[in-house]
Design a protein. Structure first.
Length: 277
């Protein structure tokens, strides 16, 4: 069967290892423009930085447009099929020498989706060992969901400061280093983490979550955007993108989607999305 972006070898690698090796999505100029738009928002509205913690695509029109970019959707179609939902876009930024990190975890612990979710991790600045790039255990998505605990670590960049609280084999872990504009895709069951940023630049990653329309999420209904094909299942409430090019006019619309995430991903948690009051 012909593919649109990926080779059959890449698809096999993803199925077996749970991630795609680095590939380029954006040009240098496109990457620079997106980073500039992000940092302009942060400079103008520092009090609203938390709005980019979840559903950033409903706040920044540039992120919404990127989530629907044909190049990215071709990758996801090769992995998930022709009918695609975009569930969430999230910025994960580590400032220099702040101790920010992500402990070992599996996203399936809190994102209760079946059959699975694919997460595109796009670098807007160098993501390497020095800056604290993504570190994964290849093939671990095929194993069991390990025991997790949520924490209170203020230096964790994770939504619930979660971490795996049982012993497991880390000996096969590898780093996924990305240049700006490059991306990887991971299965949300893979065991992964990221270390400290000890470079001279911010480590900025944009995570975009995709799932096939046939996917089912446990618990109350959630929201997503249909970005390619048709939805014949109706498992998610379909939302629209940003209401305006002005980020400030998009906050009220975003709130409803954040409340839906709170009922599902944050059930019985002491945490909540940073974009909610």
């Amino acid at each position: 069967m012909p593919t649109k972006f990926l080779s059959q070898a890449q698809i096999t690698h993803f199925d077996q290892q749970g991630f795609l090796p680095a590939f380029r999505i954006l040009s240098d100029s496109e990457t620079r423009t997106l980073r500039d738009q992000l940092e302009d928002f942060e400079a103008r509205y520092p009090q609203l930085k938390g709005q980019l913690d979840f559903k950033a695509n409903l706040i920044l029109p540039a992120v919404d447009r990127l989530s629907k970019d044909a190049r990215l959707l071709d990758v996801m179609e090769d992995l998930l099929g022709p009918d695609l939902l975009h569930w969430n876009s999230t910025f994960r930024t580590k400032e220099v020498n702040t101790g920010q990190h992500a402990a070992w975890h599996q996203d399936t612990a809190y994102i209760k989706l079946k059959p699975f979710l694919s997460i595109c991790w796009l670098a807007l600045s160098p993501a390497n060992r020095e800056s604290g790039c993504l570190r994964v255990i290849p093939g671990s998505h095929k194993g069991a969901l390990l025991s997790h605990r949520e924490g209170n670590d203020p230096k964790s960049i994770l939504s619930r400061a979660q971490f795996i609280d049982e012993q497991f084999d880390k000996s096969g872990a590898i780093d996924i280093e990305l240049a700006p504009g490059e991306a990887t895709v991971i299965n949300h069951g893979i065991i992964h983490c990221s270390g400290l940023n000890q470079s001279g630049d911010r480590r900025i990653g944009l995570l975009m979550d995709y799932l096939p329309t046939r996917a089912v999420k446990e618990g109350p209904r959630d929201t997503a955007i249909l970005v390619r094909g048709e939805d014949h299942f109706g498992h998610f409430d379909l939302e629209r993108g940003p209401a305006s090019e002005d980020p400030l006019k998009n906050i009220e619309h975003q709130q409803r989607s954040l409340e839906a995430i709170t009922r599902t991903m944050y059930a019985e948690s002491q945490h909540k999305p940073k974009g909610l009051p």
